[in-house]
Design a protein around this ligand. Structure first.
Ligand code: CMC
Length: 395
């Protein structure tokens, strides 16, 4: 009963007011706090972007120094985390591990669990920014049976992540600056994207007054799905399948399947609820992709060539043109991650570590909003009228 606006998938419902991220889907524009994504991706690093998203302004030199030092202070995780991790099967999906580990942080940091206390939220945000790369790298090392590499605070944020992922205690590891910059750009491009499914999940979860780590764990769980953050993994698997079945020659057959009304096959890394034009992040990602492939001597990488050919064909095909389906960020991010050496099942975990700051900024904004209430959607009830329970023999 009751008259409510019925809007499945929230196609036309604004769930909140926000001053963080602006998207113009028709023009293909993305701005964080007023700054175009192209300028941030070119002139700033990820931690500056985190400062911008969390506090509203890019840091000056002194603020940056202070912010970096606060983050690096928290890069280690409690040693108990290793025992928790050990409970997982070695072949566990990294996102299964991440939902567990991030949620478990709430059991360790009692000074940052009161979501209504701004100081608690702030230290939780710093802890999460600092520890997520450590957790992702630990999840990876665990699945391949290598020793964990402790964080190195003399390295940059992305340099340290590369070190924790790929260094071993046996030999010296030198961070490649091209890969470091590429990874940093992946982090910047994924840092926030207004009210997408995982961000809305974090807001809804946090609106009950749960602790910040639990709310972020809910975001990680939502991001996992192939329609959202899992698309980078799904896109690369799709490219691999097309490659196996004949490569570029096979694109026509694949597109036919996608267009078939009775098939559920989608062109992964294409389409977006908001962008009805080229996703600006996809352009930047394609640029980075070329740089990384060049650096690694992979200019002739068959999957990249396949992706470029697939994009070209799709952008000229009436099915995609009429539906305004363009490449999104995930079309190229998987190829970049793979060239860096990050294994496919870890792609979405990398997305999660980058998006975490956006989730925390959105949580802060929601709780600071005087109109904030627990999120409680209504429904249009379409079930049975009231009826009597019959005794078992009469059912
Ligand atoms: N391949 C083939 N057809 C598609 C695709 C696609 N990737 N995306 C949308 N369509 C079709 C869809 O079938 C529908 O056709 P019709 O009108 O004939 O029924 C039409 O285009 C409109 O699509 P929709 O499903 O109503 O659009 P949506 O806003 O509900 O879905 C989406 C958006 C991103 C879930 C969807 O485009 C999709 O599943 N894309 C593939 C997965 C993907 O790449 N996701 C990453 C999104 S960007 C990163 C992130 O933020 O997570």
């Amino acid at each position: 009963t009751g008259m409510f606006t019925y809007d499945p998938g929230f196609l036309s419902t604004a769930a909140c007011q926000s001053a963080i991220t602006y998207i113009d889907g028709d023009k293909g524009e993305l701005l964080y706090r007023g700054y175009p994504i192209e300028q941030l991706a070119t002139n700033c690093d990820y931690l500056e972007t985190c400062h911008l998203l969390l506090y509203g302004e890019l840091p000056d030199a002194a603020q940056k120094k202070d912010f970096v030092s606060r983050v690096t202070n928290h890069t280690m995780v409690n040693e108990q985390m290793q025992f928790f991790l050990r409970g997982f099967r070695r072949d566990a999906h990294p996102m299964a591990i991440m939902t567990g580990l991030v949620g478990a942080l709430s059991a360790f940091y009692h000074d940052s669990t009161d979501i209504n206390n701004p100081a608690h939220r702030d230290i939780a945000a710093i802890r999460l920014i600092a520890k997520m790369p450590t957790l992702v790298a630990m999840a990876y090392k665990y699945t391949i049976g290598q020793p964990y590499m402790y964080p190195r605070n003399d390295l940059s944020y992305s340099g340290n992540f590369l070190h924790m992922m790929f260094a071993t205690p046996c030999e010296e590891y030198k961070v490649n600056p091209v890969l470091e910059r590429a990874l940093d750009r992946i982090f910047i491009l994924h840092a926030d994207h207004e009210q997408n499914a995982s961000t809305s999940t974090v807001r809804l979860c946090g609106s009950s007054g749960t602790n910040p780590f639990a709310a972020i764990a809910a975001g990680v769980a939502c991001l996992w799905g192939p329609a959202h953050g899992g698309a980078n993994e799904a896109a690369l698997n799709m490219l691999g399948d097309i490659q196996k079945n004949g490569g570029i020659e096979n694109i026509g057959e694949f597109i036919k399947q996608v267009k078939d009304k009775n098939s559920t096959v989608k062109l992964m890394g294409f389409g977006h609820r908001v962008y009805k034009n080229y996703d600006p992040r996809a352009k930047l990602m394609q640029e980075t992709c070329k740089e990384v492939l060049h650096e690694m001597g992979l200019e002739n990488d068959p999957l990249f060539k396949l992706a470029m050919a697939l994009e070209k064909i799709a952008l000229e095909d009436d099915y995609f043109v009429s539906r305004k389906l363009y490449p999104n960020v995930d079309f190229y991010s998987g190829i970049v991650q793979r060239a860096i050496g990050i294994p496919v099942p870890l792609f979405t975990a990398v997305f999660a570590l980058a998006r975490n700051v956006g989730w925390m900024a959105q949580l802060n904004e929601m709780i600071g909003d005087p109109e904030y209430k627990i999120g409680r959607p209504r429904q249009l009830f379409v079930g049975s009228v009231p009826r009597e329970v019959k005794p078992m023999a009469e059912r």
